[in-house]
Design a protein around this ligand. Structure first.
Ligand code: ZN
Length: 258
């Protein structure tokens, strides 16, 4: 059994919005994976990002100019992320979808934790670690095959078996554009949403930061469940800034009590 907090008035208000909205969509960022042990690289002094500048090492230019260095870093990140498990926030969103109260999750995270929690309608706008592909010829490769090739190649760069080009994880690196299809789908969902739940995202990085404005322009409302300020706090109908797991479990509790 999961322990649930007694619903606070904001949770009750949010539960009403969830029940009344024609469509509810969640937009999640790094904060939703922090309780799973995946640090947000924007928080200083945490984990892997302490030793390297992510903007430099996880940049598309670094991949092209020095794939061995890129994979030296990314191979570790790959292994770390693959071992993580979903937390109560991911589970709460999967449960909302199962109850028919949530239409989709749009995530900036590449860690696959929404998938692992069971979310079905998922838009991964920054891609995911679920696969790698060859930028030169387009061949897709599974993570298991990548791990094998990582071990087998003397320089630690997994290569394409068709054209021998270095494989790239199917995640959006710094300096790369977001995949067009995923972004278009995210925009459509946000335009039609009666309620957009922004969870664990600082809403600072475009184009994702522009999604709440689409919901508001379409006559919907926005709720923000994020620790720390966002640029649109004043436009939010509900603003919760506690731990994301507690806040979402609080919402489930308020829905149960109604
Ligand atoms: Zn290739």
């Amino acid at each position: 059994m999961r322990s649930r907090l007694a619903p606070r008035s904001e949770h009750v208000r949010l539960a009403e919005l969830v029940r009344d909205a024609r469509s509810v969509v969640a937009l999640t960022g790094a904060g939703v994976s922090v309780p799973s042990g995946i640090p947000d690289f924007r928080s200083p002094g945490t984990g892997l990002w302490q030793q390297v500048d992510p903007m430099e090492v996880a940049h598309i230019d670094a991949f092209h100019s020095d794939p061995a260095r890129f994979w030296g870093f990314y191979g570790t990140r790959f292994a770390t992320l693959s071992s993580k498990l979903p937390n109560g926030a991911h589970q709460a969103l999967a449960e909302l979808e199962q109850r028919g109260l949530l239409d989709a999750v749009i995530t900036q995270n590449v860690d696959m934790l929404h998938r692992k929690a069971g979310t079905r309608e998922l838009v991964e706008v920054h891609g995911s670690i679920a696969s790698c592909s060859c930028p030169a010829c387009g061949r897709a490769v599974t993570p298991d095959q990548v791990r094998e090739r990582l071990r087998a190649e003397p320089d630690g760069v997994p290569r394409c078996d068709r054209c021998a080009g270095p494989l790239k994880p199917d995640v959006v690196l710094f300096g790369e554009l977001l995949p067009e299809d995923a972004l278009r789908r995210a925009q459509e969902l946000c335009e039609r949403a009666g309620l957009l739940l922004c969870i664990g995202s600082s809403l600072e990085v475009y184009p994702v930061a522009g999604l709440p404005a689409l919901t508001l322009a379409g006559g919907g409302v926005v709720a923000i469940l994020t620790q720390g300020p966002t640029p649109i706090d004043e436009l939010a109908s509900v603003r919760l800034d506690g731990d994301v797991v507690d806040e979402l479990q609080g919402l489930l509790g308020a829905l149960d009590d109604a």
